[in-house]
Design a protein around this ligand. Structure first.
Ligand SMILES: Cc1cc2nc3c(=O)[nH]c(=O)nc-3n(C[C@H](O)[C@H](O)[C@H](O)COP(=O)(O)O)c2cc1C
Length: 317
């Protein structure tokens, strides 16, 4: 019950205050709120055997995942105590910086050009060595197959799953492997040869038939549908970015159903894009997803959304 009051308070605060402020200020304030020790509140637990989920052998306490976006250790540590079944951490071989501003609102979602801003693999290893919490998924991106492989080799001992991001629409060449399925297949094969952990391919929006076939042929059993949608955006220094949020939801459902129908039960699907309520999470699972993930909902609906989705899933069992 208490979590519902806190949940409504956050939503009121977001809808009436944060969402009215300039994006930069709203993000700083939102992060300020997140710094409060809210993870200590006894409201996040969703520990029910019926929620347990296995992704290619990796056991999650529930099927709700924090999608790729964050690289900051303190946010990942916090999120890992907020009712998620797993959290995703993004990383590249070397540290990277991105442009500013990197996010503007569009409708109830955002267009971002964050790119792969992160501290790089060496710093990330230091954090991962001390990490204790729900399973952690490494979301890896690289400019070449070698770069992906170096990060897998360097960090896999400290993570539970590895997600190959081949679908970033907001930087130049971010979609290279998605648009070149033959090269993607080489990446998949090399990654499977190296990886001791289950692999996930993070897909771009759209049809992806050849990419998924190549992933399956290489031995990968999990895909994540999907990344943000490429759009033009004058408010960003790049002039373009990736759209996230509720506008993506119907596309997510349509494609999860299509992938499930075309590839059968052999493949596990993580549904991502526009999930911001228990009902939407449930529908994604009913459409064929083994797990669901979100980012925009974490910002717009707040830290109690994972709990809400898990409760809803349980209520429909
Ligand atoms: C600010 C921001 C940064 C993101 N960074 C990454 C990333 O590094 N790697 C990745 O695979 N996806 C990234 N994404 C995409 C999300 O993981 C997710 O696929 C997408 O936002 C759709 O889900 P949503 O509607 O719940 O936000 C990012 C999204 C946002 C909004």
């Amino acid at each position: 019950m208490t979590y519902k009051i806190l949940d409504r308070t956050y939503r009121f605060f977001y809808d009436n205050f944060l969402s009215e402020l300039p994006e930069g200020l709203a993000i700083s304030l939102g992060r300020g709120l997140l710094r409060l020790p809210i993870e200590c509140l006894p409201v996040f637990e969703a520990d029910d055997p019926e929620l347990r989920t296995s992704l290619s052998g990796c056991e999650l306490p529930n099927p709700v995942i924090l999608a790729a976006c964050y690289h900051q250790p303190w946010i990942i540590r916090k999120a890992s105590k907020m009712g998620f079944g797993a959290v995703t951490l993004k990383v590249t071989k070397n540290p990277r910086k991105g442009p500013r501003p990197n996010m503007v609102r569009r409708g109830e979602g955002f267009v971002n050009c964050v790119g792969f801003e992160n501290a790089g693999m060496e710093k990330t290893r230091e954090f991962l060595k001390d990490y204790r919490g729900v399973p952690i998924i490494l979301n890896i991106t690289g400019d070449s197959i070698d770069e992906y492989c170096e990060v897998i080799e360097g960090l896999q001992d400290y993570a539970d799953m590895v997600e190959l991001n081949i679908s970033c629409p907001n930087i130049e060449k971010g979609l290279y492997f998605s648009e070149n399925p033959r090269h993607a297949k080489e990446l998949f094969k090399e990654s499977v040869n190296l990886s001791k952990k289950p692999l996930i391919v993070k897909l771009s929006r759209g049809e992806n038939r050849e990419i998924i076939s190549n992933a399956l042929d290489s031995g990968i059993r999990i895909v994540n549908y999907a990344n943000t949608l490429p759009v033009k955006e004058k408010g960003l220094p790049t002039g373009f970015g990736g759209l996230s949020g509720p506008e993506l939801y119907e596309d997510t459902i349509l494609n999860v159903k299509r992938i499930r129908k075309e590839f059968g039960g052999y493949l596990q699907i993580i549904a991502t894009g526009g999930i911001d309520s228990g009902e939407k999470g449930y529908r994604a699972k009913e459409s064929g997803a083994s797990a669901i993930s979100y980012i925009t909902g974490f910002i717009t609906r707040g830290p109690f959304l994972a709990r809400e989705i898990n409760e809803y899933l349980l209520s429909r069992k």
